[in-house]
Write a protein that binds this ligand. Structure first.
Ligand code: CAA
Length: 246
């Protein structure tokens, strides 16, 4: 396997950490961004204690100028980015008739506009080197919608529109672009859903439990491997059977 540099945005979170671990285990150099330096340093040390050295760069994915600087700093430290996982995401759940413009824009900026902000500075290098892997971490709720998530579902659905356009534009350059759409995974984000609401959601999952972050990371590793060079523009649902589109 060729060692490459993989940037996983929001790598310090639940799914992001699992993706970082998986890609590191495959032998890649792994990198992530952070906003809060103290929190990030504690996380970096915990990963290092497990033998995983993560290249850390400061930068808010919702800020285009910061992302440009972040990618350049990362490339100087760890080499060109050949694998990009647009994973950073937030929720601001509330029914639409109560939603503020701020709750709308925070979610769209961090979940969807970040795909522009982070991918734009890496795409030209991938095209020049004629190799790249880009994976969007979307959501089941971008596919089926969700009560209280008009902002999040809109942004997550938009991520796959981004995937299928970028996939077409870059296929001839050895770059594949795919989406992974996780269902409800046992991360802090999902555990923040009120317990009684969460229990009702879990009851709708045919497999009968929340997902594990590693079950999402496994799919990301699949899409980013050399062998996956003919898979582009796909959207892989990993949700315990909670939503079965086709
Ligand atoms: N379908 C129909 N009605 C529903 C409903 C649903 N799915 N969910 C709630 N309601 C109803 C309630 O029964 C209640 O009705 P009554 O007033 O008649 O009792 C009413 O809606 C409550 O509405 P409110 O506007 O007052 O809502 P609230 O302020 O109590 O909270 C909410 C609403 C924030 C949406 C809350 O229900 C919630 O947190 N839902 C979960 C949202 C969710 O799934 N978030 C996922 C976060 S994790 C993630 O996003 C990761 C991922 O990718 C999967």
């Amino acid at each position: 396997m060729t060692q490459r540099t993989a940037l996983v945005t929001g790598g310090t979170g639940g799914i992001g950490s699992a993706i970082i671990r998986y890609l590191a285990r495959q032998g890649h150099r792994v990198a992530t961004n952070y906003r809060d330096a103290a929190r990030a340093e504690a996380w970096r040390q915990a990963m290092a204690a497990d033998g995983i050295e993560v290249c850390m760069v400061q930068g808010d994915v919702s800020d285009p100028a910061a992302c440009e600087a972040m990618v350049r700093a990362l490339e100087a430290k760890c080499g060109p980015v050949d694998i990009l996982v647009n994973n950073a995401g937030i929720t601001r759940d509330t029914t639409f008739h109560k939603m503020s413009y701020q709750q709308w824009t925070e979610v769209v900026n961090t979940n969807l506009n970040a795909c522009f902000n982070v991918t734009r500075p890496v795409i030209e290098g991938m095209r020049t080197r004629k190799w790249g892997r880009i994976v969007q971490i979307s959501s089941i709720n971008g596919q089926k919608g969700q009560y209280g998530q008009a902002n999040y579902a809109a942004a997550k659905a938009g991520m796959h529109g981004f995937t299928i356009s970028l996939a077409q534009e870059n296929a001839r350059f050895g770059i594949t672009v795919n989406t992974v759409s996780p269902g409800y995974v046992g991360t802090d984000m999902v555990m923040a859903v009120p317990e009684e609401v969460r229990e009702k959601i879990v009851a709708q999952i045919p497999v009968g439990r929340l997902g594990k972050p590693e079950e999402i990371a496994h799919a990301v590793a699949f899409f980013t491997g050399d062998e996956a060079s003919w898979i582009t523009g796909a959207n892989l649902a990993i949700n315990g059977g909670h939503y079965m589109g086709w």
